[in-house]
Design a protein around this ligand. Structure first.
Ligand SMILES: Cc1ncc(COP(=O)(O)O)c(C=O)c1O
Length: 469
């Protein structure tokens, strides 16, 4: 299927359906009404629509295969080698972890992962989503308070729903002053926190995947120590988007900052940087034991079986051996190159001043210790679709991100730079964005700007009209 056809089918999928369903069952109509809420904002997606890089028609600037261990086949090779080292392996685990589901291999790999990250112990679970349910459902005790960054991942919010901690307060994203303010008010209002008999648990991520910024972990921990001198504050960090990508051999932010002893709980997921599956929760032996005994997603499920654990080990083998360091370095180089190109382009700068398209965080690039693979290209809502059409038709596979994934009014196109992307691809997409910016400036400064559309959007809407006649 051509990119044009894929885009057309996606746009067609946005046509409202419920109004035409008068004779359908109430159940089906109500469900279509729910889907129509998404269609009304051009936000209904079907699996695999417009993933042009998979068909060789586009460059991958969107997948979570950040190091490209999947695309290059490295993870498959390592996984097959791991399977070959264990002939006669079991596909099943045989039960819940505390019953029949425990086995030597999973314990060995858990310890290997813990050692790699400099943690005391690790617990493997099937997904990062489950991991956050596991952590937040089991670790907060009655009387504890949770203080969290307002932009934490949906799985942490869902995990917190099951937490018995009565007090949950958010602070402004990555804002140390707001953290200080919220923590102070939590301490003031909670007697058991003040007297040191209960804990404050702080939930953050290392790399925020929609904004491409990094948690000011050192600063937050220092504020926590200052305001809770009795030591009753602990941090829980989700390193899903840092795993494999930042820190020594991709060990993550905590390792990069040398804060292994200061962070109580870390979550590393393997579905992104490692092109694998599964997740590991790092913490003390006590944390692990509480999770095993109290976390409902662990207690009431079949334990992860050998193939999943072997897939995780394959990813960690690649990290440990240093095989991924080149990809890590290439991401740093390419992100720097891309931002440099955009900063040097006068048209893009003008479009940024006009509020047409801009890249937050690009100004202070030199001050940062390391860059991350996520670059949000901010636009207005309708423009994020137009920019997507332009880039897709130019051969770059990239997606718009909109409400409810990000707050209303924060539309963006998200560029993800990968381990095996090339300088030519980076220069190409930078040029394509600048070309689109030029076209949009011309449209916005023309007399009849309200009725004009960029060429790529015209092309896609024309194809759609053609397809529906
Ligand atoms: C920050 C964060 N945590 C957890 C998850 C869930 O991880 P998994 O895909 O392994 O379920 C994601 C995935 O999008 C994530 O971005």
């Amino acid at each position: 299927m051509s990119v044009q056809a894929l885009l057309t089918s996606w746009i067609q999928a946005q046509k409202l359906r419920a109004p035409q369903m008068k004779n359908a069952s109430i159940f089906e109509r109500n469900l279509e009404e729910a889907l129509d809420l998404r269609r009304a904002n051009h936000g209904l997606f079907a699996p695999n629509v417009i993933n042009s890089w998979k068909t060789g028609q586009g460059v991958d600037f969107c997948s979570n295969d950040i190091l490209h261990l999947g695309v290059t086949g490295q993870i498959r090779e390592e996984f097959e080698a791991e399977l070959a080292r264990h002939p006669g392996y079991n596909v099943h685990s045989g039960g819940a972890r505390l019953l029949d589901g425990n086995y030597e291999y999973i314990q060995q790999i858990e310890q290997e992962i813990a050692d790699f990250h400099g943690a005391e112990s690790a617990l493997i679970v099937s997904t990062g989503y489950d991991a956050n349910g596991t952590i937040f459902g089991a670790l907060p005790r009655p009387g504890d308070a949770i203080v969290y960054d307002e932009l934490i991942h949906a799985s942490i919010f869902d995990g917190m729903v099951h937490s018995v901690a009565p007090c949950k307060q958010s602070f402004r994203h990555n804002d140390c002053d707001s953290f200080r303010e919220v923590l102070t008010s939590v301490i003031d209002s909670q007697k058991m926190i003040r007297d040191g008999s209960r804990c404050v648990l702080v939930a953050v991520e290392s790399v925020y995947s929609m904004d491409g910024d990094v948690c000011p972990l050192r600063e937050l921990v220092d504020i926590g120590k200052e305001l809770c001198p009795k030591g009753n504050i602990e941090f829980i960090i989700d390193e899903a988007h840092g795993t494999g990508v930042i820190g020594p051999k991709g060990a993550g932010l905590v390792n990069a900052l040398g804060m292994e002893k200061e962070i109580a709980v870390r979550l590393h997921t393997c579905g992104k940087g490692l092109a694998s599956i599964g997740a590991a929760i790092l913490g003390s032996a006590t944390v692990r034991s509480v999770l095993l005994n109290y976390a409902r997603p662990v207690v009431f499920t079949t334990a992860p079986s050998f193939p999943l654990v072997a897939a995780m080990r394959a990813g960690y083998n690649l990290l440990r051996s240093g095989a991924t360091e080149k990809a890590q370095a290439n991401i740093q180089h390419l992100v720097k190159r891309f931002i440099g190109r955009m900063r040097a382009d006068e048209t893009f700068q003008k479009a940024s001043e006009m509020g047409i398209v801009w890249i937050p965080l690009s100004e202070d690039m030199e001050e940062r210790d390391f860059l991350v693979h996520v670059i949000p290209i901010r636009t207005r809502q309708r423009y994020s679709y137009w920019l997507t059409f332009h880039l897709q038709l130019a051969g770059y596979c990239i997606f718009p991100i909109d409400y409810p994934v990000v707050p209303k009014g924060k539309s963006r196109v998200r560029l993800i730079v990968h381990g095996s992307n090339t300088e030519a691809q980076i220069d190409g997409i930078a040029k394509a964005i600048c070309d689109w910016s030029r076209e949009m400036i011309e449209i916005e400064t023309s007399v009849d700007s309200g009725s004009k559309m960029p060429k790529s959007a015209q092309q896609v809407y024309a194809l759609m009209a053609e397809a529906s006649t």
